[in-house]
Design a protein around this ligand. Sequence first.
Ligand SMILES: NC(=O)c1ccc[n+]([C@@H]2O[C@H](COP(=O)([O-])OP(=O)(O)OC[C@H]3O[C@@H](n4cnc5c(N)ncnc54)[C@H](O)[C@@H]3O)[C@@H](O)[C@H]2O)c1
Length: 284
Amino acid sequence: MNRPPDISLTDQVAVITGGGGGIGRAIALAYASVGADIVIADIVPERCEETAARVRELGRRALGIPTDVTDTEQLRAAIAKAGEHFGRLDILVNNAGGVSPKPFLQQSERSWRRLIDLNLVSMLTATSAAVPLMIAGGRGGSIVNVASIEGSRAAPNFAVYAACKAGMLNFTRSMALEFADHGIRVNAIAPDYTVTPGVRGNIGGPVNPESWRRPTAAQQEATARRIPLGRPGIDTECGNIAVFLSSKMSDYVSGTVIRVDGGTYASSGWIRNRAGAWTLTGDI
Ligand SMILES: NC(=O)c1ccc[n+]([C@@H]2O[C@H](COP(=O)([O-])OP(=O)(O)OC[C@H]3O[C@@H](n4cnc5c(N)ncnc54)[C@H](O)[C@@H]3O)[C@@H](O)[C@H]2O)c1
């Protein structure tokens, strides 16, 4: 059957964890620009309000709910409030997450449990709270899990985070099967290095690009040699893919991952040498 491509999310309601900054904020604004109403569940209240204001400027309704996703009760309450406020829920984006590098043996149990709560348990909690609302709405739904390239490769000094992201990818596949009969599709995106407040050292407080750490020229060159497309990702590039995954454009796509990584996963050890030629040995 011929049907023109339809990217719109008109009158759908989306909850985005960590939607106040970086990739989550870009997804929120991308969804709003194609017609969705947005709930931002971010730990920083000013970030919730700032993204909500931008969504309203785009002509959509928005609700910011300051939420720590590592607090199960808070996260459940935020999703319930989203459903009550808008009367339905169609899209969940499990985006809140993050990590600071540390060798595994130098990490305390408390530290790795905190990482698991943030990067893995929050997805389980949000999914279990959101899916009954999607089912009740009777229109199917879409879940987008923001994983990472680290979920598919070794990640020294990021081992617990990477284990969580690998778990996210597999949970995505299992849920795609469990929710298929309800028309709820479950997919993941796996970014590589993407410029966001988090990677620039602006972890808490309002987003303030003035305060961001700038990469040195040597770091920029190293990034360009390592990532096939020759540059870091831009948060809106994840926003575009999330819109695709939640729209009718991807009606027949579930249980998969789209790598928003400039080709890094494919490169699997190949890097450019200083002359720009692909090599497995760097400058040797
Ligand atoms: N930026 C990258 O290079 C990159 C690469 C791969 C994967 N990712 C993944 O993308 C997601 C977003 O990363 P980002 O770079 O945009 O991060 P970021 O730090 O720039 O933004 C994360 C947002 O989540 C919020 N947040 C943090 N802890 C929270 C909590 N406990 N509860 C609720 N909100 C919380 C922050 O306030 C912030 O607004 C993460 O899951 C991350 O693992 C990022």
